[in-house]
Design a binder for this molecule. Sequence first.
Ligand code: GTP
Ligand code: MG
Length: 197
Amino acid sequence: MIIRKAEIIISAVKKQQYPDTLVPEIAFAGKSNVGKSSMINALLNRRSLARTSSQPGKTQTLNFYNINDEFNFVDLPGYGYAKVSKSEQANWAAMIDSYLHGRQQLKEVILLVDIRHEPGKNDIQMYEWIKSFGFKGYIIAAKADKLSRSQQLKSIGLIKKNMQIKDSSLIYSFSSTSKLGLEEVWILLESILGLQN
Ligand code: GTP
Ligand code: MG
């Protein structure tokens, strides 16, 4: 994929703020700090288009990015970090729910999980939620640079087992740091978007 243009369109917290673009969209979901914003930067070869942080809870809004005027990426706020009140959790869920419901342009929601850890209850819940909207349920096992190749394979096996994934083509290892998996993930994204570049 040749990136000619990559820019933020809007940070939205409610439906009225979603861009009225009609291009296909892909959203990235997952636990806080798993590396969603970093992945968007790595895919677009931009250092800091999407804001990242070593502290969980950096992305708090739905951030829409325009790529080449051809498609959008949507960086979703993460879940599952400690310092969140019940009302903030409810706000988060309402914000995601309103986006997942009836956004025609949204082609897939891709779930990132940390390749080093067995998926938690939150991850499994999020996965079920994503699939309940009819999405395929693609998983990115992120931060793959933290493990050796053999450990990566072992972890992928555990993730598949825990998330009850039978189809290996639904799961990809990825690292924003080493760019491992970049090509494979782009091939996937292009096919989801219906673009051939
Ligand atoms: P929230 O916005 O809080 O939901 O988090 P996020 O999922 O957007 O995570 P973010 O991209 O901000 O990354 C969190 C931390 O993980 C940062 O310190 C990143 O530098 C680091 N990180 C992200 N991706 C990778 C990776 O592939 N490898 C390594 N080693 N670190 C990574
Ligand atoms: Mg983020």
